[in-house]
Write a protein that binds this ligand. Structure first.
Ligand code: GAR
Length: 192
């Protein structure tokens, strides 16, 4: 059977993109990252993608008249590459219906909290400020809401006495880098 084709969407540093690439290289994830979609022409993830020679679709939303227009262009590229799964990895935009409709059930997102707690921006900061003792990571299907789709996997991170927000951020990212490739692999095996 041919390998599942992934498109990773990212806007920032790309540590999850890196973890996914590494898992495809060391045999833990039976898939191929055939495209990186990025909405920030200066994002650090682009340097990583160039090193790995991942094909890129980089766009500046301001250059398009509307969200429908840039999402229609993305759909065109995804269909050209026969993408099986869209993996959101720090892509900081809501997915609109133009992109959601043709790929519904095939788009997943990672979020740095135990949803439904702390959706939206700066989830780690929100959890830290709230003083919770347990936070974590959620992987979920994407729907039209903000971090609201059906939950696929979660893992907890305990916030110990004396931990700084930076410590929490790092602990959460360590969990993400393991949980995301594992969860993608399980979805591929289930053939959902
Ligand atoms: C990750 O921690 C991810 O969970 C978060 O952005 C970070 C991207 O890091 N996503 C969200 O907050 C989505 N609501 P990375 O660029 O190093 O992978």
């Amino acid at each position: 059977m041919s390998k599942a084709k992934l498109a990773v969407f990212a806007s920032g540093t790309g540590s999850n993109y890196d973890a996914i690439i590494e898992a495809t290289q060391n045999g833990k994830l039976d898939a191929e990252v055939v495209l990186l979609v990025c909405d920030k022409p200066n994002a650090k993830v682009l340097d990583k993608a160039r090193v790995n020679q991942t094909p890129l679709f980089v766009f500046d939303p301001k250059q398009y008249a509307s969200k429908e227009m840039f999402e229609a262009k993305i759909v065109e590229v995804l269909q050209e590459k026969e993408i099986d799964w869209i993996i959101l990895a720090g892509y900081m935009r809501l997915i609109g219906n133009t992109l959601l409709a043709p790929f519904e059930g095939k788009i997943i997102n990672i979020h740095p909290s135990l949803l439904p707690a702390f959706p939206g921006l700066d989830a780690v900061g929100q959890a830290f400020t709230a003083g919770v003792k347990v936070s974590g990571v959620t992987i979920h299907y994407v729907d039209s809401g903000m971090d609201t789709g059906k939950i696929i996997a979660q893992d907890a991170v305990h916030i110990k006495e004396g931990m700084t927000q930076e410590d929490l951020q790092q602990a959460i990212q360590r969990v993400e880098h393991k949980l995301y490739p594992e969860t993608i692999q399980q979805l591929i095996l289930k053939g959902e």
